[in-house]
Design a protein around this ligand. Structure first.
Ligand code: SAH
Length: 387
């Protein structure tokens, strides 16, 4: 069979890693020869001096110019059926572990983690939101849409590069309501950040129920207050959501009313978390959630980001009551688990508090990580007990 995919040569010293560990990302440094006249956004064979390694797609101007779709030495092809087979696998994984009548919001495709690099698809009840990090992946959108239509999805939107969403068909909606572990959430499609909701924290939000009883919760970087909603179900006696975004706080008031109408145990404030924590009186709260945005946006900014994480945690440790719980997170992909632990270590030392790690946390199962692609493992967290 002659498939005629063009060939891109990989350096022999780099190809060993691809043959052994099968990380799908090929940086420009690993490319031996790339014909500059090669058309962008197409499938290519990757080869070294020993022969074929696999099939990848080309994204000439991307940060990652080639991403493997298939590791194979044979004359295989990667076509619509290959994509549909991966979509089926991804759907079966979610549907076997989620009860959709209880949780109908989840990540359907997690890019490299579901072997469809560059594509993320989040489902919120009848809405699918695509987000794409490579031009080539645009070729898959129609296939995914048709697949999801058979699963009852009615609305399709794509996240724009800068901000906001565009609908892919004539069918539009302005707001979407959905369920997570039996609780109700919603967002307005144009106002929301990222993909509308932070689905990766689902299991960790659920976890807070176990620790919340009779506690006063300070939910920092609260976005639409989801940790607080679970805290209330876990019988917390007071919940204070803090976010710098006015829109997020307005949305969190609405979501609170939907789940717990006329409930005066909730408080919502628009504020900068760092200033709020510095000014806050000591011992006011005995459960604090620290879920900041990614402080490290690049490897270069890691030292500065590490200081910000340390400051944030140190101040919380200094201010929290005795016998308290902290849920602390970092979603910076550039910071690994060990570094995060060192930061928490330093923060505890500087605050002069005894700290026990009760649990280590990560993302929910619908954000799978390909073991050969550790870059996909970005969310880390801990449940801490402060003496
Ligand atoms: N915990 C949330 C997600 C947090 S996302 C959830 O489970 O849904 C991070 C949030 O931090 C965003 O809503 C952003 O508006 C807010 N934010 C960023 N910098 C901030 C700051 N300095 N002070 C307060 N909020 C901030």
């Amino acid at each position: 069979m002659n498939l005629n995919y063009p060939i891109v040569k990989i350096k022999d010293k780099s190809s060993k890693a691809f043959r052994l560990s099968k990380n799908p990302w090929v940086y420009s440094g690993a490319i031996h020869e790339l014909d500059s006249s090669l058309e962008d956004s197409q499938l290519v064979y990757l080869e070294d001096s020993k022969g074929r390694i696999g099939i990848a797609y080309l994204d000439k101007n991307g940060r990652i110019p080639l991403r493997f779709l298939l590791f194979t030495e044979a004359d295989e092809k990667f076509d619509t059926n290959s994509i549909i087979s991966r979509l089926n696998d991804a759907w079966n994984l979610r549907s076997s572990f989620l009860d959709f009548s209880f949780t109908n919001s989840f990540r359907f495709i997690n890019s490299e983690g579901d072997y469809l690099p560059g594509l993320t698809v989040d489902i919120y009840h009848e809405l699918a939101i695509f987000s794409i990090s490579s031009n080539y992946v645009k070729n898959w959108i129609r296939i995914v849409q048709e697949f999801l239509a058979t699963k009852g999805i009615q609305y399709f939107a794509i996240k724009n590069e800068n901000s906001g969403f565009s609908f892919l068909t004539e069918k539009h909606i302005s707001e979407i309501r959905f369920k997570e572990n039996g609780l109700e959430f919603q967002f307005s499609i144009q106002d929301s950040q990222k993909t509308g909701f932070y689905l990766d924290q689902r299991d960790n939000r659920k976890k807070i129920e176990t620790y919340a009883s009779e506690r006063s919760i300070l939910n920092t970087f609260s976005f639409t207050g989801a940790f607080g909603i679970y805290g209330k179900r876990g019988k917390a006696k007071h919940i204070h959501n803090i976010d710098s975004s006015n829109k997020a706080i307005e949305a969190s008031k609405i979501i609170q009313e939907i789940n717990f109408p006329n409930d005066n145990t909730f408080q919502h404030s628009v504020a900068d978390v760092f200033s709020f924590l510095r000014e806050m009186e000591v011992s006011k709260y005995d459960l604090i959630v620290l879920d900041p945005p990614a402080f490290a946006k690049s490897k270069k900014s890691l030292p500065q980001a590490a200081r910000a994480y340390k400051d944030l945690n140190r101040i919380a440790f200094q201010k929290i009551a005795k016998n308290s719980i902290i849920f602390t997170f970092s979603c910076s992909g550039f910071m690994d688990k060990n570094l995060f632990r060192q930061i928490i270590f330093a923060a505890s030392q500087e605050a002069g508090r005894k700290v026990q790690i009760l649990e280590e946390l990560g993302h929910s199962f619908d954000h799978p990580v390909d073991i050969f692609h550790p870059e996909g493992d970005y969310l880390k967290g801990m449940v801490l007990k402060i003496e």
